[in-house]
Design a protein around this ligand. Structure first.
Ligand code: PSU
Ligand code: MN
Length: 319
């Protein structure tokens, strides 16, 4: 147990914003929240730090301030310095995977952790950030009718007004089930320059996107319209596909998915370990292809999120 004063200190000041993020928010400049689970648990050590830095650089190049979110030293950090990023990506650092329900527990027990789409969205909103970039959204798992495995990402987006830029959901999930669930939860889903809902490694999941937008300005206008409309608690999903010539070969993809699902069953993997275990399996069995696609789509999402955040900042100030 940490000493009692740590618990009190944590309760007093748990949200630590990087000065650059504070400055950007105070002056109405564009900020993009970035998740950390993808770095600590979604990408292999050795690649994760380089990619984490690249994601931030892409956001900056598009004119926004990056705010990678994680829990370190009993504090929620919104915007990391390079030392923070290094710790997060260090396989020896014992970084937990924290969904929304875990954040308060980790703070009180003084544990370090990476935040998922769910917890990053919730914390970004609390910090006053409304645009967030990630790789893939969690969703309804195949067989969820028996296992009840539905990512907390969906329920949290339904009550958190943040725009989540992602590449759709992986086809290891129940894609139509996930789209149905987002409809039930009243979360708008926008395809970016596509009529198809993207399938993460694949440009097209085989299912339609409910709406299509063709520019960052349109996406920002939707967020702004919902703000002005008021009473809107839900977030928005902006689904950005990999270009067709950059997707994973569908045959390789189908083999990976089938083998990955078999591996899960054989190893008896459940709960929060499912997504990281599958990602690691794909990275190890695709000769670098799944990693290549994963990195490209995250960088593309970060760029798009920054472009939307810049447009949104302009709309809000009326410039
Ligand atoms: N998709 C990826 N890489 C990831 C994740 C999703 O391509 O690392 C992470 C995200 O943080 C997402 C989480 O919120 O997995 C979903 O986990 P679960 O299915 O346990 O809710
Ligand atoms: Mn799950």
């Amino acid at each position: 147990m940490p000493p009692r004063q740590h618990v009190y200190a944590a309760a007093m000041s748990v949200l630590t914003l990087h000065p650059e993020v504070v400055d950007a928010l105070a002056t109405g400049r564009a900020v993009v929240a970035l998740e950390s689970t993808i770095l600590a648990h979604g990408l292999p050590p050795g690649d994760n730090l380089r990619v984490g830095r690249e994601i931030e650089a892409v956001v900056r190049a598009a004119g926004a301030v990056p705010a990678t979110i994680a829990v370190l030293d009993g504090q929620v950090r919104v915007g990391l310095d390079d030392a923070g990023l290094e710790r997060l990506c260090d396989p020896a650092a014992d970084i937990l995977k924290l969904s929304v329900r875990d954040v308060g527990v980790a703070l009180a027990l003084h544990r370090d952790g990476a935040t998922t789409v769910a917890s990053t969205s919730a914390l970004a909103h609390r910090a006053g950030i409304s645009v967030f970039a990630t790789g893939g959204l969690g969703g309804v798992h195949r067989g969820a009718a028996e296992t009840f495995d539905v990512s907390a990402d969906l329920g949290v987006i339904a009550r958190t007004p943040v725009l989540v830029v992602c590449a759709g959901v992986k086809s290891i999930l129940d894609v139509p089930g996930t789209l149905e669930y987002l409809e039930t939860l009243s979360v708008p889903v926008l395809g970016y320059r596509t009529d198809a809902f993207p399938g993460f490694y694949l440009s097209d999941s085989g299912y339609a996107a409910p709406w299509r937008v063709d520019s960052p300005t349109q996406a920002a206008a939707i967020v702004r319209a919902r703000e002005l409309l008021g009473g809107e608690e839900a977030g928005v999903v902006l689904a950005n596909p990999l270009p067709l010539d950059r997707q994973v070969d569908p045959q390789l993809h189908d083999r990976l998915v089938a083998d990955g699902l078999e591996m899960l069953a054989a190893e008896g993997i459940h709960g929060k370990d499912v997504t990281p275990a599958l990602l690691a399996y794909f990275h190890e069995h695709s000769d670098g292809e799944s990693l290549r696609a994963n990195v490209e789509l995250v960088l593309a999402n970060a760029r798009l999120a920054a472009e939307v955040a810049v447009e949104l900042a302009a709309l809000r100030t009326g410039s």
